[in-house]
Ligand binder design. Structure first.
Ligand code: SF4
Ligand code: SF4
Length: 384
């Protein structure tokens, strides 16, 4: 089969953050120091080579960029300043845009302004939609809960589930494309269905714990990431299943609110940490920031602060202010979930555990195929 080469690939990747790939002269130091580089997944030298050669299809089908946790050791050891760690990060952005069938992800990664204006547009539309809806149904701005509430919890609940359904559909379609590029279209490797079942436990395991990340020399980024994921999951469960209790008041319902406070502290603390680290370029992971990284963090912190404010306002009885703040809060939450989860930074929550899952399937399928190829040869040899 002819191998297609894209000579512009290296320029294309520059937009995603990989600016120094040409400096690489393939000494192999980076792959030697990378704690995760093992057969059959040798990186980052190999993807650097594919990039220099313009082997777009090979890169599109590779899982290696997702197996990297950006510990930065490779970049520190690179004698040519080729920034292999940042190249792997850029490849993750590029792959995200390739998995996304809508083209929105590509537009966001190619221009921070496009993402910013889309986020602002979505925020304004959210505010307009909720205000119009509340006014048309005759909601009372001075009432936060109860029958005459400006925004009744039951209706918000329906909206949450509808949004979750759309997000899931988009994300699952993109995950299907990831499977096709990495495993599905590989005609040479047989991956039986039972292997998918056998390795299924890896999906929730890596989604929640990111346990491979914990084996990096620097533990702090993993701990921060774990705190962020756990806080996010707690908040998601509270909103999707206990919104009516979260909404009620003004008294504090400790059965649910205590979890809300824990999650808020986690979200706020980890976001402030990441923002400071990016400003100070404290760890290799935070040394290079793409525009999309800032938008993601700003939306997170905006949602956390406005969420806290509306909660306090409702508890102290300022229901009109709480209603206004809640709409402002939704102006951050809706673009954050509706745009960032399927099309930008947050999508790695799905792609990384999937890559762990697919890579384990591929490694075992390869091992089986090699064994099967050796066994008939041995059987054909005469016994001495
Ligand atoms: S990226 Fe740097 S360390 Fe890795 S092979 Fe290239 S020159 Fe060597
Ligand atoms: S950043 Fe760390 S995990 Fe990623 S390729 Fe380099 S050494 Fe490996």
């Amino acid at each position: 089969m002819a191998i297609r080469v894209n000579p512009k690939l290296i320029d294309e990747l520059e937009v995603y953050g990989a600016e120094d790939v040409q400096n690489c002269y393939h000494c192999g130091n980076c792959s030697a120091v990378c704690p995760f580089s093992k057969e059959p997944y040798i990186f980052p030298r190999r993807p650097m080579r594919y990039l220099q050669m313009g082997l777009e299809d090979k890169l599109k089908g590779s899982l290696e960029p997702w197996l990297c946790y950006y510990c930065g050791q490779c970049s520190e050891e690179c004698p040519r300043g080729a920034e292999p760690g940042e190249t792997m990060m850029s490849l993750r952005r590029w792959l995200t845009s390739k998995y996304d069938f809508t083209g929105i992800s590509r537009a966001f990664y190619k221009s921070g302004k496009v993402e910013l204006f889309t986020v602002i547009g979505a925020a304004l539309l959210t505010a307009l939609g909720f205000v119009l809806w509340a006014v048309l149904r005759g909601g009372d701005i001075n009432s936060y809960d109860g029958p005459n509430a400006f925004l009744p919890a039951a209706s918000i609940h329906i909206f949450d589930w509808a949004l979750a359904g759309v997000l899931l559909a988009l994300l699952l379609t993109n995950c299907g494309r990831m499977w096709w590029f990495t495993l599905g279209r590989d005609k040479q490797l047989r991956t039986p269905f039972w292997l998918y079942l056998k390795k299924l436990y890896l999906l929730p395991l890596h989604f929640v714990t990111q346990k491979r990340f914990a084996t990096c020399e620097r533990k702090r980024p993993w701990a921060v990431h774990l705190a962020l994921v756990v806080s996010y999951l707690i908040m998601l469960v509270l909103i999707m299943f206990f919104l009516d209790l979260m909404w009620s008041g003004p008294e504090i319902d400790w059965r649910v609110h205590v979890f809300g406070y824990i999650a808020t502290v986690g979200l706020l603390g980890t976001t402030i940490f990441a923002l400071r680290a990016r400003l100070k370029k404290a760890e290799p992971l935070y040394a290079h920031s793409h525009e999309t990284d800032w938008i993601f963090l700003i939306l997170l912190i905006f949602a956390a602060f406005t969420g806290i404010l509306q909660h306090i306002l409702h508890r102290v009885g300022f229901d009109a202010a709480a209603n206004v703040t809640y709409i402002v809060h939704l102006m951050g939450v809706v673009p954050m979930l509706g745009l960032e989860v399927p099309f930008s930074k947050w999508s790695h929550l799905a792609y990384r555990p999937l890559a762990m899952y697919f890579s384990a399937i591929r490694a075992e399928a390869k091992e089986r195929a090699e064994k099967e190829a050796v066994e008939p040869t041995l059987a054909a040899q005469p016994v001495a």
